[in-house]
Write a protein that binds this ligand. Structure first.
Ligand code: ADP
Length: 847
């Protein structure tokens, strides 16, 4: 797979193009999510704030709450203003840092009441009051905005005035503080929170200023969130010039849900009643405002959806004074969140896309689907963890939604790319298979498919569905169909080849280059005498030398052969003999399996073919025998006959000598006839031309029958024949005529090759299922070196001079051996020169 993975420049270019496309689309999706789904982004921001949990309660802020308890005690709100004046006086005694009055005093009430309040404000000296920007719908220009100002005497008494407008998003939640607000005339107010801080820091009104990135309150720097657009406002000045007023926003870091300031909250009525120790207010930021639900003015915050342990959803809105407390706390603790720029979002989304490409590329192989899911899970977790970390540690509102959007776009695209690449790769594999299929057995129209699969011709079947390396490859289903066709076709062909190899009559072995056998057909198993199973995995040369006679293939030879085979890629041919008793001859042909697929000749393995040449050898031998017969055996008597007959015809010869010559001619002619007859007999037996007529016989009776003819011969030379029939069982199945000939030959030889006046013993004995017929003489014997050759055709032991007259053909023992072996028996000989010889015939007894 690795090896065949093709990475051509075009494929690399295509891959790079895909990566660029994925990153671009994912980045675009990220930016789109940032711009077009602000709600989702805010939801994520809220989620992060809620996950972070409550902040420690500040101990420098105190809320004086106009709460339900105070209304119960002091009656319906609004109260007379002298009540507030009373509270202010009480608070002033405790010397708070600053008092913020989150109550609007725009409408006049009784003059004495208004005066009392204005005076108490003036006395305290550090009271800031709230004013509100409202839309006046009565003016001709609908939506004209203007300040709802406090009564002049109250306004002038206050140390500062700040706007109390709370800006909410489309979902009604207040997340940001507008640091400055201006009406249509360009009359701007800083937020009440800012004014409270300024007065708390004992700064003059002109000590709040705006720089390019901050709103400065003395030394405090409040970074503001960049505004999307500037608001051009007409400022009512002498020259009526236009002034650009930027909306400046600060993200409010809520300490927690509504009621988070409970411990810092005191009831308005308790203050009037003097129940609160003045120490509680000393040096604190004291905020006076309504918390009673009946007074309205409650707004949603990011914490509005809280869930308790039981999973109940709560939705407590927050009173304005508590929002003010949160705003002041944010500034005092300098917990300023920054939004990230679009560039950062783009880079983040791009990085997510790159991570997706990289990780999906790595997550392959085993359990791929699970790994890919793991990648999604890991990236989601990473985005959440990193977002949480930078939100809580670096006070950056992370672009979570854009990152998720990028992930959501990049992931399926990356998977699509991978599957398209795999699909294109599959196309190449199919192409390879089609090519291979064409090269494998190009035997015209032979259909190798087993019947049943014939309906789908290989090539057309595969080709019809194969479309090649297009930009958008075909569907998997089509490819599976193509692969199905191809694999069935290839399997069928492989099976066909396998069957062909197995059906070979020749023995066939295939081995790896190290000699390990990987394939052996039935014939090879039979020839080598090992089961197929045993052959596979074993060493080719070891098996060949084990099966072969002698050491035709010794270890060193094997190595030599291997180098010749593998390095020089030569074909090696040699004859080996396999089998003991009836050896068979084989031509062993070893050749290298060579492939030049990669441009050079590479040896992949070894093929060994064993062809049986025994029959051929047999014929060869017969031919040699015939040549020997004609050249040596027949020529001698023929020359004698020819010579003497010439003498007789051409010369006057004395009658006595003439008679002798005629006798010799006659005996030579007879000898000639005998040789020819005996040779033909053997050949007939060897070739199977002569049928053997098996019949149940008593072997001892057959021996008696032969001796009847031979005894007179022996008697002439005063040789005694001794019978020693010790066999209890001598019934055999044999051809009587042939058996007589065999025994006659052995006994005749014993007589022929023994001096006069010796004795010959003929013995029978039982030996298990076998009958032994032993013929022992006291003759000349045969030397050990001649012994193995006496059974060869025409072979006669070279005789000493005094024995020259012993006639013979050299065929007797060969014929005898052939007869005995045809009866399933064997013949053995022991001999010692000058002592005598013993011939033993082993014949199977009838069962
Ligand atoms: P031949 O016609 O020469 O006897 P055989 O095939 O019968 O041919 O015998 C082959 C040779 O074996 C003989 O020439 C002889 O030298 C030797 N031979 C066979 N039998 C005996 C024996 N009993 N004693 C000694 N030599 C023998």
């Amino acid at each position: 797979m690795q090896k065949s993975r093709i990475t051509t420049p075009t494929r690399r270019r295509k891959k790079a193009a895909w990566f660029v496309l994925i990153v671009a689309l994912a980045t675009a999706a990220g930016l789109f999510a940032a711009w077009r789904a602000p709600g989702l982004n805010l939801y994520a921001q809220d989620q992060l704030m809620r996950t972070r949990g409550d902040l420690p309660e500040p101990d420098d802020i105190v809320i004086v709450a106009i709460d339900e308890a105070s209304i119960a005690k002091l009656g319906q709100f609004p109260w007379r203003r002298s009540l507030t004046a009373e509270v202010l006086d009480k608070l002033a005694v405790a010397q708070p840092r600053v008092i913020a009055l989150d109550v609007l005093y725009s409408e006049p009430t009784a003059a004495s009441e208004d005066k009392a309040l204005a005076e108490s404000i003036k006395r305290a000296g550090n009271v800031v009051i709230g004013e509100q920007l409202i839309e006046n719908r009565d003016t001709p220009e609908y939506g004209h905005s203007e300040w709802l100002r406090a009564l002049p005497e109250i306004e002038t008494s206050a140390a500062g005035t700040g706007h109390v407008n709370v800006e909410t998003e489309h979902d009604g939640a207040a997340r940001e503080l507008l640091l400055r607000l201006a009406d249509d005339e360009g009359n701007a107010r800083w937020a009440l929170a800012l004014e409270t801080i300024r007065v708390g820091d004992y700064l003059n009104a002109n000590e709040i200023s705006e720089t390019a990135r901050y709103v400065r309150v003395g030394t405090r720097k409040i970074p503001f969130v960049a505004a999307e657009q500037n608001v051009v406002i007409k400022k009512k000045t002498a020259d009526s010039r236009l002034t650009i007023v930027q909306p400046l926003r600060m993200i409010i870091d809520y300490t927690g849900a509504t009621g988070a300031f409970a411990a810092q909250t005191v009831s308005f009525s308790d203050v009037i009643e003097g129940k609160i120790a003045p120490e509680r207010f000393r040096g604190k930021y004291v905020l006076i405002g309504a918390t009673a639900a009946t007074l309205g003015d409650r707004i949603a915050t990011p914490f509005v959806h809280t869930e308790n342990a039981e999973g109940d959803q709560h939705g407590d809105l927050m009173p304005g004074v508590e929002i003010l407390a949160n705003e002041i706390n944010t500034i005092l603790r300098a917990r300023f969140y920054k939004n990230v720029s679009d560039w950062t979002i783009a880079v983040g989304a791009g990085l997510i896309a790159l991570a997706v490409i990289f990780l999906t590329g790595m997550a392959e192989g085993k359990f791929e689907a699970a790994k890919q899911l793991g990648v999604v899970g890991a990236l989601v977790t990473l985005i959440i963890l990193v977002s949480y970390f930078i939100f809580t540690r670096a006070f950056i509102v992370p672009p979570m939604v854009p990152l998720f959007a990028s992930l959501a776009v990049a992931m399926p695209l990356a998977l699509l790319r991978r599957s398209l690449a795999a699909s294109a790769n599959l196309d190449l594999r199919i192409e390879e298979l089609i090519a291979a299929e064409k090269r494998l057995l190009t035997v015209g129209q032979i259909d190798f498919m087993p019947s049943g699969d014939r309906d789908s011709p290989i090539e057309t079947g595969a080709k019809k569905v194969f479309t090649g390396d297009k930009f958008l490859p075909d569907g998997l289903e089509r490819k599976t169909a193509a692969l199905g066709h191809l694999s069935r076709a290839l399997i069928a062909r492989s099976l066909f080849i396998d069957r062909a190899l197995r059906s070979l009559e020749e023995g066939l072995l295939i081995a790896e280059t190290n000699g390990r056998i990987t394939f052996a057909n039935e014939s090879a198993a039979q020839i080598l005498g090992f089961a197929e199973r045993k052959l596979i995995g074993s060493d080719l040369f070891a098996r060949l030398s084990e099966a072969g006679q002698g050491a035709e293939i010794s270890k060193s030879l094997a190595e030599e052969t291997l180098t010749e085979l593998l390095d020089e890629q030569k074909t090696i041919e040699r004859e080996i003999v396999i089998g003991g008793k009836t050896p068979r001859y084989y031509i062993l042909r070893l050749s290298a399996v060579v492939s030049n697929e990669n441009g050079f000749n590479e040896t992949l393995g070894i093929v060994a073919a064993l062809s049986d040449v025994s029959q051929h050898r047999e014929l060869q031998k017969t031919k040699n025998d015939v040549i020997a017969l004609v050249t040596h055996e027949l020529r001698t008597p023929l020359t004698a006959i020819q010579g003497m007959s010439e003498l007789l015809t051409e010369h006057e010869i004395e009658p006595e000598a003439q008679g002798k010559m005629l006798l010799t001619i006659n005996s030579e002619a007879k000898r000639l006839a005998r040789i020819v007859n005996e040779y033909l007999d053997i050949t007939r037996l060897e070739s199977g031309a002569q049928k053997i007529r098996f019949a149940p016989l008593d072997a001892e009776a057959v021996i008696e029958q032969t001796l009847l003819l031979l005894e007179p011969l022996a008697a002439r030379r005063e040789i005694k024949i001794v019978r020693r029939f010790a066999a209890t069982e001598s019934n055999i199945n044999a051809d009587a005529e042939l058996l007589v000939r065999a025994i006659t030959n052995i006994v005749a030889n014993a007589i022929k090759y023994s001096p006069d006046k010796t004795s010959i013993t003929i013995e029978t004995r039982n030996y298990g299922e076998t009958l032994k017929i032993i013929v022992r003489d006291e003759g000349f014997g045969i030397s050990a070196d001649q012994l193995p050759r006496i059974f060869e055709k025409f072979y006669r032991v070279p005789q000493r001079k005094q024995l020259a007259e012993v006639a013979g053909t050299g065929l007797g023992l060969a014929l005898t051996e052939e007869i005995i072996e045809l009866h399933g028996g064997r013949i053995a000989v022991e001999s010692e020169p000058h002592k005598g010889s013993t011939f033993t015939l082993f014949m199977p007894l009838t069962q």
